[in-house]
Design a protein around this ligand. Structure first.
Ligand code: GUN
Length: 282
């Protein structure tokens, strides 16, 4: 039997703290604002953007939503980003990914002012994370660090295995664990002996995007298992990258899906927006 890591509860605590600080900034005459840009009508993206909007409103953060047609050109989107970069009421800018195929994601992400880049996707912020001198953290890995912290499991000196090497999760996750003195291994689709490597992990982070990819034989008894996945199983039921039923009796700590990493990501976005507002106001 493992202990559940309650992302809903921990994210609620983070959001409560953010809301308090937003009030305190307002008392100093500083308002906090987040601009979220969605191009097109991808159903999943619409849900994510709606959640961000509602969370902003609940925490007293001004939500500036831009819901643009799928036919929006790259130039039009660049012009909007430029306008948001210059708008003092906007402290954070998030362009929801994926973008339609005719728009180059890198061009758009690189156009966002790094000090307003609440996703921490701009090369300046990615570089700062690499060095360990960062203000804005990538939301999902930052949320995972809080979840690990909540277990009380010490990262320093531990074997940490990250499965997945995406720019959004796997790579920055590995860096954050390394900064906390973990001994970090990053696995990916070409990794040999994946099962043995995962089985040595004290802290295992699964970010592969494949339903129930991590099975019980890949988990060290007592390990902390963090599941970043958001997939559908054969029956259409929401599930993670970890085979929860099989792994739960083996692990020491485990995040559920839903209710684990997901709620943390949005809480960290709010925390980043607050941090951006503080930095921009000295
Ligand atoms: N689409 C899915 N996840 C993310 C995210 O973390 N940031 C942005 N901008 N788009 C996403």
């Amino acid at each position: 039997m493992s202990q559940l890591i309650d992302g809903k509860l921990i994210s609620a605590q983070v959001k409560e703290q953010v809301a308090k600080e937003v009030v305190s900034l307002k008392q100093q005459g500083i308002s906090v604002g987040l601009a979220v840009v969605l191009v097109g009508d991808d159903p999943a993206s619409k849900i994510y953007v709606g959640n961000k909007h509602r969370t902003c409103e609940a925490l007293g953060i001004a939500s500036h939503q831009y819901l643009l047609a799928a036919s929006t050109t790259q130039q039009e989107l660049l012009e909007l980003v430029s306008q948001l970069n210059q708008d003092p009421a906007v402290n954070g800018i998030l362009v929801q990914l994926p973008l339609p195929k005719h728009i180059d994601e890198t061009t758009i992400l690189n156009a966002i002012d790094p000090s307003k880049d609440v996703d921490a996707f701009h090369p300046v912020n990615v570089g700062k994370i690499m060095i360990g001198n960062f203000d804005l953290l990538p939301c999902t890995p930052a949320g995972i660090m809080d979840l690990i912290d909540a277990t009380g499991v010490e990262i320093s000196g531990k074997r940490c295995v990250v499965v997945g090497r995406s720019n959004i999760v796997g790579k920055p996750m590995a860096m954050l664990l390394l900064h906390e003195n973990g001994t970090v291994t990053v696995c990916h689709s070409r990794t040999k002996n994946l099962q043995q490597i995962c089985r040595r992990a004290d802290i295992l982070v699964a970010a592969v995007g494949k339903a129930k990819f991590v099975t019980a034989d890949m988990v060290k008894p007592g390990a902390a298992v963090i599941d970043v996945g958001m997939n559908r199983d054969e029956a259409g039921k929401l599930c993670g990258d970890v085979d929860f039923e099989a792994v739960e009796p083996v692990a020491g700590y485990i995040t559920p899906v839903p209710g684990g990493v997901g709620p943390m990501t949005i809480a960290m976005l709010m925390q980043n927006t607050l941090m951006a507002a503080k930095l921009q106001n000295g």
